[in-house]
Design a protein around this ligand. Structure first.
Ligand SMILES: C[S@@+](CC[C@H](N)C(=O)[O-])C[C@H]1O[C@@H](n2cnc3c(N)ncnc32)[C@H](O)[C@@H]1O
Length: 251
């Protein structure tokens, strides 16, 4: 069997749990359930709306750091938000700065937190294209990015990554992969088969330890088309749960 094919039965969930991170996952699921219950019983608004309201109220227009700080504070003090977070966010910023990437693609936007970190570190001629399948998240992200003063070099495509990617006709030199975990490998292979990866492109994948991304990791680590390295880090907004990012260079 080729190394880019899965040996396992396909899960009906958008992720498989990595047994090493079981406590990290349980803690997230419990927080999600509590928030869902409070939202459905109308005790509180959906957390994403609460974050947007905080940003509208307290952020300083044109200051991306003020927007990131408000989003981080909510995730630390209230409930979990699936942003890349501070520690891994800084790794992402460093990679964007070091590679001087000019055509950047982001898969999975949520509240626009990682988009803001990317946009704030782009060189003058660079552009970010983001894909998000959830309309409501896309709207919130666009407002966060607008308040940050970073909309000019950003395009947001609403739709499923596997539908949107084949519509591109220019290559990318940086891909940030952070959407549903069972799509990482499939979408990387779509990017390859559509010839959308520039020689030397960086592919930065989040949450490779928190979730079971063995298929993706096996592929980028054994394919002759990539050289790949792992950077350990903690899961976003956690002081103990292990996670990490995989940075792969397209040869
Ligand atoms: C982990 S969150 C993204 C977090 C964001 N990158 C950050 O760090 O701020 C994952 C997002 O991917 C979106 N998503 C899931 N599957 C998708 C797909 N096939 N195409 C586009 N977006 C998708 C979800 O709606 C969700 O908003």
């Amino acid at each position: 069997m080729k190394n880019n094919q899965s040996h396992r039965k396909k899960s009906s969930m958008p992720f498989r749990v990595n047994r090493k991170s079981i406590f990290g996952i349980i803690s997230l699921v419990v927080q999600e359930l509590i928030d869902k219950l409070l939202t459905e019983t109308k005790i509180k608004k959906p957390k994403e709306i609460e974050v947007l309201n905080n940003v509208r109220k307290y952020a300083i227009q044109g200051q991306p750091e003020s927007v990131l700080k408000i989003i981080d504070n909510y995730a630390y003090k209230k409930t979990f938000l699936m942003n890349i977070g501070k520690e891994k966010g800084l790794l992402l910023e460093n990679e964007i700065k070091n590679t001087k990437a000019e055509r950047v693609l982001e898969l999975g936007v949520y509240l626009g937190y990682s988009s803001i970190r990317i946009l704030n570190n782009l060189t003058d001629r660079a552009h970010l294209v983001s894909i998000e399948s959830n309309n409501k998240f896309a709207e919130i992200a666009q407002e966060h990015i607008r308040i940050s003063g970073l909309s000019e070099r950003h395009s947001l495509k609403i739709g499923k990554s596997s539908d949107v990617i084949p519509t591109f006709n220019e290559q990318f030199d940086f891909i940030f992969i952070d959407h549903w975990k069972d799509l990482y490998l499939k979408d990387l292979q779509i990017l390859e088969s559509c010839n959308l990866l520039k020689k030397g492109a960086s592919i930065f994948a989040d949450n490779v330890i928190l979730f079971d991304l063995e298929d993706y990791l096996n592929y980028v680590r054994s394919s002759p088309n990539f050289s790949s390295k792992f950077i350990p880090a903690l899961r976003e907004y956690s002081k103990s749960h292990p996670d990490g990012v995989e940075i792969s260079k397209f040869k």
